[in-house]
Design a protein around this ligand. Sequence first.
Ligand code: SF4
Ligand code: SF4
Length: 439
Amino acid sequence: MATTQTFGGGVHPHEIGNGKTATRSQLIANAAAPARVTIPMVQHAGAPALCCVKAGQIVNMGQVIGEAQGVVSAPVHASVSGKVVSVTNCVIADGRTVPAVVIDNDFEDRWDESVKPCENVDALGAEEIVAIASSCGIVGLGGAGFPTHVKLNTVKLDPKPDTLVINGSECEPYITSDHRVMVECAAQIIDGVRLAMKATGIKCARIGVEDNKMDAVEALKAAATEGIDVVALPAKYPQGFEKMLIYALTGRKVPNGALPGAVQCVVLNVATCAALSAAVREGKPLIERVVTIAGRVANPCNLRVRVGTSLMDLLDQVGGLTDGVRKLIVGGAMMGNAVPSLNLPVTKTFGAFLALGEEAVSAEESACIRCGRCVRVCPMGLMPAKIDALVRHDNYDGAIAAGATNCMECGSCTYICPAKRGLTQSCRIAKAIARSKKS
Ligand code: SF4
Ligand code: SF4
C-alpha cells in the first residue's frame, strides 16, 4: 500500500479566475498544423542540439534536424514535412535567444523513413528502451525538460533506485493537459510506466494524482498492472514538485541540494510516459504535445499541438482573446513566464498558454505586517520575509545563510502575502548571487 502523507505548507490556488473548470472535462482536440513552424534547438535541460539541416532543404516529419550534443542533451525533430526556410535564432519562453529551424509546411505529413513501429516490443532489453528514448528526443514534459534517457539509465547508480515516482499531480491553476492525457490515454501512460520499469529494473511504480482529478485516478487504476500503484493525493500546491511528490508517495525526504536518486527514486511525468510508449511502440519522435489554452480566450481547451507552432497560431485556433486581458503567460499562473512575443513557439516543455486578467496583476506592494503567512506556507520551511528583508538590504550572505538557495521558487509565499511583497523574486536574486559566487 502506498504512503500518502503530505508535505508541510503549500497553498490552494486552484480556483483563482476560472481555474481548471473551463477545460478539465473537454476532450483533447488536434490543433491544425500551422503553415510555418519555428523549432528551437533548445527544448530540454542540458546542452543545446546542433542544427544539422540547411535553408532550402526538404525535410520529412520526424526527421532529425538537431543532433544531441553530449549525454545530457536531446535531438530535435521536424514536426511537419516541408522546406527549411532558414536556420536562424528565436526567443523561447524563458527569454533566451536560441538557434532555431524555420520550416514551411507542405501539408503532406510525410513521415521520415526512420519512423517505424517496433515489431516485438517484448523482446526489447533495457539498453534498447533507453536508446529509443534518446533517439526519439523524449524529455520531461512536466516543464523541466530533463532528457528521459538519462533518467532511465540507472546502470551505474549506487544505490540502485527502487521506486519509480510518476507525477500526475498537475497542481498549477488553470492547467489540465496532464489531466486530460490521464483520462484519455491511461493505457498508454501505464505502458510507458512498464517500459520505464523495464529500462530501470525498478519493480515498484507509484503514480501520484491530486484528488481533484478522481476521473484520472479511476482511469489509471483501471489500466494499472502489477507493481503499479495509483495514489490520490490532497490537492495542494506545489504537490507536483519532485521533493513534495517523493515525500507523499514514499515518505522519503530528498536532502537539500540532492537529486531524487539520493533517496533511490526516479521521477517521470505522466505525459512523458505516454510519449515513451509512442516512441517505443510506434517509433514516434517527440514532435507534438498537449497544451492547455485557458483564461480569457474565446474557447478555452486542450489542444495537441505540433512543436514549433507560434502562440499567434494557437490564439487563432481558440478564437482569440476576450476582454480584460492584462497578462499573457506561458506555463502556469504560479511558475510561468510572461509572454515576450506572440511569435514564441511551442516547445516540448510548453504545457500551457494563459490569458489572465486582473487576477494576475499584483497590487501595489506595502510594508510587511509580520503576519507569518509566508512562513506557514513555505514547503521548504524557509522564512521568506526574513530572506526578503536581507536581500533588500543587500545582505546576500545573510540571505544565503537563511537558506535562500533551498527555495524552489514555487511562488507560494508571494501568492499568500497580503502585503504583495516580491518574496520569490528576492529568493531568486539571492540564488543568482550564490551561483555567481560559485563560478
Ligand atoms: S521561499 Fe521559495 S520555496 Fe518557500 S514558498 Fe517562497 S518560493 Fe516557495
Ligand atoms: S506574508 Fe507578507 S506580510 Fe506576512 S510576514 Fe510574510 S512578507 Fe510579511
